[in-house]
Design a protein around this ligand. Structure first.
Ligand SMILES: Cc1cc2nc3c(=O)[nH]c(=O)nc-3n(C[C@H](O)[C@H](O)[C@H](O)COP(=O)(O)O)c2cc1C
Length: 241
């Protein structure tokens, strides 16, 4: 299987980097073809704007969906976007690795989606949800939090992952991916922000890396999350009851 990891963390000594390296090595060792986009290292520009498009459909007004469709159709997508799309096309499984920043992914990852999931090429009015471009492929979110596990859940202090990851998961579903249950690494606190003893934190982080490897080993057994598809809506997009 080909697995592509999109890594969104600015620091090489971070726990996120340790998770990405653990996943990369574990999956490669298991015989998979593993590739990676390191968004900060590559200085991926996450801001969608007209300057990215050399062959504009409209020189006067920048309408992102229009320019994306035009560039997809004419094979003039920005080179960094083209490269990311090629990685996604060839991968059977996409892994997104990032820290929870303000109850969602870091801006660089949101911007990666804004620019890479291009209109025309990767979605259209007919090519989305269960008829999406990436139908048959799977996607997995691996996210780290600062707050401890107990603080997460409906109505809890840290927030509810069903809600916080919904925009990301639903966008992956929109482009056709089967979205797997996320792997969440809780209470990743270092550099003076830890609320537990250094030695127990170290043990817990190590155990969590093993849990991550274990999760990836069983990837074929993980049931995708359930999202509605075309047969669940009427023609206005309202849920059929
Ligand atoms: C800008 C920013 C926003 C953050 N927002 C949250 C948050 O909403 N919830 C949370 O539990 N932790 C939050 N944190 C803590 C990070 O999730 C935590 O430091 C990270 O997951 C640790 O992984 P790392 O060592 O790989 O950076 C935030 C950290 C930063 C820098």
């Amino acid at each position: 299987m080909h697995i592509h990891i999109v890594h969104a963390h600015p620091e090489k000594t971070s726990y996120n980097n340790a998770l990405t390296e653990a996943a990369f090595e574990h999956l490669a060792h298991a015989g998979h073809n593993v590739t990676k986009s390191d968004l900060y290292l590559e200085q991926f520009d996450p801001v969608e704007r007209g300057a990215h498009y050399k062959n504009r459909a409209d020189r006067d007004v920048f309408a992102a969906l229009n320019e994306q469709r035009h560039a997809s159709g004419n094979d003039t997508l920005p080179i960094d976007v083209h490269r990311e799309i090629e990685s996604l096309r060839s991968a059977d499984l996409l892994v997104l690795q990032f820290p929870l920043w303000w109850h969602g992914p870091p801006a660089i990852l949101k911007g990666w989606m804004d620019r890479v999931f291009v209109n025309g090429g990767l979605f259209s009015s007919r090519m989305r949800y269960d008829t999406g471009y990436f139908s048959g492929k799977r996607a997995l979110v691996s996210v780290t939090t600062g707050a401890p596990q107990k603080a997460f859940g409906p109505g809890c202090r840290g927030g509810d992952f069903e809600v916080m990851l919904w925009p990301l998961h639903y966008s992956l579903h929109y482009t056709g991916y089967s979205v797997l249950r996320p792997f969440v690494s809780y209470g990743i606190q270092g550099h003076g922000y830890s609320y537990e003893r250094e030695d127990s934190l170290r043990v817990r982080l190590k155990q969590n890396l093993s849990a991550c490897r274990g999760y990836l080993s069983k990837i074929d057994e993980i049931e995708p999350l359930k999202f509605p598809g075309w047969s669940d809506w009427d023609e206005d997009g309202r849920a059929l009851t």
